[in-house]
Design a protein around this ligand. Structure first.
Ligand code: LRH
Length: 467
């Protein structure tokens, strides 16, 4: 009898339920449900709609029941850093503010009154991003001190959904590292740092590793969806799951997990919290089995997604790529990691303004805008390759691009050219696959991570680009 494993993978712009199973030695996927996601403005703050998302989670589960494919286990992964705080009655405190909200602007200086930026990096190994949980919590403490006082537990987004499913509170390790409050040495909460910052120590739950059994569905949820199953922790940080599914078992490659963000880096066993690493803004996020994801957060497809949205979604990404190819000779470039692109009121305008401010030609057509974005992104990848090679003192011969963005053939070509590396694109559902792999490892379908990655290589098409 076949066992089904359900991944609920929720990204910043959409979520999906994917059932995975092994058939004739290959991983087979079936998409069961897909839904929209995005931050919405609520009384001036950009917020997530967690109630609606939880309804979508249950809707997808009901669809599994309808088609008679009941999963043996399920797990949820989402973007990092965001969280809810629960009061003594386990009710969410305040608004469910998301990471692109402006509440953290200027808040970093409050954190540095307690600990210098350098020491913070040495202690955590995490890249500075103004939206990291450490800064968001300082925003809560400064702007709504009563919320911090009321808080009895802090749950990261996937942990919150796992709690709603099972009634059990956990904190999954890979996502916990994105808070910038975990030590890469002890792999546990840095309680000294937490106390210094004045955050309530008691609200931090025990950290659990991927493959941990969380619990069975609560009676109420099981009754509503029509079945019971195990909830097992995947790497709940989407990037952690994506990296688990990179189809390679040597160390001669870099990966890019390509979606709303582009996460580019390598896997290694030790963290590098040196000043050289900090200056290049690399991060040491936790991975499965205490591996480290040594990578850089690059702005990613967010810029083209936003422009597309501003054009009322009238063009597909494939059409935007075609227009970019037509405008290939357009020369203006932007620094994709500039803060002005994180959450602009209008992305098209922000790009034009950047070009004006840097005395470059202002994109006049959609094609020029798209060419500017894609080419700037590829340039940023090339720079990141150079930085990693300098830091690690070696070269890498190829780049594996996984995730939804690995579909962007034009960007893959540009990446191969700008980095002068072979590019291997696929699988596109990398995050869901990694989520499923963790569950399969737990269930004994694969003995080792290496066997699981070989399974991905054998099961999905991978396209090679040369330079
Ligand atoms: C990608 C991602 C990334 C960052 C960001 C907030 O979806 O998880 O790794 O943590 O979202």
């Amino acid at each position: 009898m076949k066992n089904y494993y359900l991944a609920v993978d929720i990204g910043a712009s959409s979520g999906r339920h994917i059932l995975g199973t092994i058939e004739d030695g290959k991983i087979k996927l079936e998409e069961i449900h897909r839904f929209e996601n995005g931050m919405v403005k609520k009384d001036g703050n950009l917020c997530w709609e967690f109630d609606r998302l939880f309804d979508e989670i249950k809707t997808g589960m009901k669809k599994c029941k309808e088609i008679g494919k009941i999963p043996a286990s399920m797990g949820i992964d989402t973007w990092g850093v965001d969280f809810v705080m629960l009061d003594g009655e386990d009710k969410v405190i305040g608004k469910t503010v998301g990471y692109r909200d402006k509440r953290t602007e200027g808040i970093d200086s409050k954190v540095y009154e307690v600990i210098s930026e350098e020491e913070l990096y040495t202690r955590t190994g995490i890249q500075k991003q103004l939206f990291n949980t450490i800064y968001q919590l300082m925003a809560v403490k400064t702007q709504n001190p009563e919320h911090m006082e009321q808080a009895k537990s802090l749950l990261l987004v996937p942990d919150y959904f796992h709690y709603l499913l099972t009634g059990k509170k956990t904190t999954e390790y890979t996502n916990a590292t994105t808070t910038q409050l975990v030590s890469p040495v002890t792999k546990d909460w840095d309680y000294e740092l937490i106390e210094k910052l004045g955050y309530t120590r008691e609200m931090f739950c025990k950290i659990c590793m991927p493959k941990t059994f969380v619990g069975m569905l609560s009676e109420a949820v099981a009754e509503e969806v029509g079945f019971d199953c195990e909830v097992v922790l995947p790497p709940t940080h989407d990037t952690g799951s994506a990296v688990l599914s990179v189809p390679a078992n040597d160390d001669d490659y870099l990966y890019i997990s390509s979606g709303t963000w582009s996460l580019m880096g390598i896997e290694r066993m030790e963290a590098d919290s040196s000043m050289g690493s900090r200056n290049a803004n690399f991060t040491n996020e936790g991975g499965i089995d205490y591996r480290f994801r040594y990578l850089k957060n690059i702005m990613g497809l967010w810029m083209i997604q936003s422009v597309r949205h501003e054009l009322n979604d009238a063009y597909s990404f494939a059409q935007l790529c075609e227009m970019a190819v037509e405008a290939d000779s357009f020369k203006s470039r932007v620094d994709v990691n500039a803060a002005c692109f994180l959450s602009p009121d209008n992305m098209t305008e922000a790009i034009k303004q950047y070009c004006r401010d840097t005395d470059q030609a202002v994109p006049a057509t959609i094609g020029e805008l798209a060419a500017c974005i894609y080419q700037s992104l590829a340039d940023s990848y090339a720079e990141t390759v150079k930085e990693i090679e300098a830091i690690t003192g070696r070269t890498y011969s190829r780049i594996h691009i996984v995730g939804g963005g690995s579909n962007a053939g034009y960007l893959n070509e540009l990446t191969a050219k700008s980095t002068r590396k072979f590019v291997y694109a696929g699988p596109t559902e990398a995050t869901a696959i990694g989520n499923i792999l963790a569950q399969m490892l737990k269930a004994g379908e694969y003995e080792t991570i290496e066997a699981a990655r070989q399974g991905v290589f054998d099961s999905f098409p991978i396209t090679k680009y040369t330079f």
